[in-house]
Design a protein around this ligand. Sequence first.
Ligand SMILES: Cc1cc2nc3c(=O)[nH]c(=O)nc-3n(C[C@H](O)[C@H](O)[C@H](O)COP(=O)(O)OP(=O)(O)OC[C@H]3O[C@@H](n4cnc5c(N)ncnc54)[C@H](O)[C@@H]3O)c2cc1C
Length: 445
Amino acid sequence: MAAPLGSTLRVVIVGAGMGGLATALALAKKGFEHIHVYETASNLGFVGAGIQVAPNLSRVLQNLGVWEYMMGDAVEMKEASIRVSATDEELANVKLTHVAERYGQPHCVAHRSALANALYEGCKAAAPRITFHFCTTVVGVDFDIHGVRVKERDEEGEGHWVDADVVFGADGVKSIVRKYMLARHGEDDDVKDTGQAAYRIMLRRDQLAHDPELLALVESNTTFRWIGAKRHIIAYPISANTIFNISTAQPDVNFAAEPTASWTTRADKRAMLKVYADFCPLVVRMLELVPEGEVCEWKLRVHHPLTTWVEGNVALLGDACHPTLPHLNQGAAQAIEDGAVLGVVMSRLTNKAGVHTGLLVYERLRKARTEHLVEEAAASGRALHLTDPAAQAARDEAFRQVKHGGPNPDRAVDRAVQDLVYGHDCVKDAEERFEEYYAEAKGRE
Ligand SMILES: Cc1cc2nc3c(=O)[nH]c(=O)nc-3n(C[C@H](O)[C@H](O)[C@H](O)COP(=O)(O)OP(=O)(O)OC[C@H]3O[C@@H](n4cnc5c(N)ncnc54)[C@H](O)[C@@H]3O)c2cc1C
């Protein structure tokens, strides 16, 4: 059934990242006809990197009808291997073959652009409901009119105001919508520096073909995690085993030395090799194969939990309100879950006067879950990067006990965390709780 407000509600989405695309698609699928997405970049321009597509994410993609667009790229992961960085000793081998049966979808990995393109294909198929405004930056938010408006500025112009009935800030960790919202509450926009940075690298199968040990990695169905003091590397094959994707985490030196620089930059290969020089020969050989100029470095930032994600008819989603360290592989997944839940909530509203209450329902459905996962990701990073030898030994023993049912210090592959993360059907949850939460929120107004 089409959403009661579908033909009249003017929707503005700031940002065409994973969360913005998912929100646009989820709303269009529910029958919203006036969705405008503003994006600073000239196109989707997603960096070359892999992404883990856990069952909670692929479930949403199926629900949105776009999983089929990326199935060809996805590789099912059958095991996770956690290894000592210096020796390559395997501390734990966690089978993932139970995932499909237990959670209804396998655990996959894919190219980030395959995921973004799948969402974009879905959006294009929903035309003319969704209009993309690329090369257009939102530079202001006005909460004080009936409804809301954003100030857009394209490449040439000074900018002008665009009226809307609801605005979604899906503009990532550097969110300008969050900045305006916090300023209105008299709060500082306190993006926290984690002191960590990440290299993201991809090697083609033919670049590994001469080395049987490295070739075996790209031909496997395994996520490899090499852990060492203050650093780790995670790597897995993507794009139907034609690319080996490598992502690292290490203390940030380069961005710290140049605080005004962008949070993503081309990195120096020699500097990267130096950071990982004491890792095992297999890893060093792998990193040496990276072509000069193809190392990308990201600064890893988070934000303190926000008091609220909603002001009037404006709501935040994704990294704008719950930036999550990559150690749990859930940042994009949670941004996309947010979008799917917004689709359910907005489709149940029967008049424009109820939009603000609907956004409070969305916040209630999503805030506790995402903030818990932000904490889990940070805790996993702390455990993986331990420096004290006694603490490291205790952690490594815990890894060895995983096969006997012990908790896994790598929270991404801990069974209890998987139950919480993978077992959650966000769409079903929103459908089941909407009435109760709406009545409660209305009662508080
Ligand atoms: C090293 C690394 C590895 C990761 N691995 C995984 C993984 O395996 N699995 C996973 O689920 N997640 C992973 N993540 C996290 C994931 O990338 C993010 O959580 C996700 O991209 C957040 O999506 P988003 O849409 O909220 O924000 P973004 O992807 O940051 O998108 C925001 C968009 O808004 C645009 N924008 C910003 N400001 C404006 C403005 N004022 N006007 C108009 N447009 C604007 C930006 O150009 C951008 O396109 C990883 C992150 C890192 C750094």
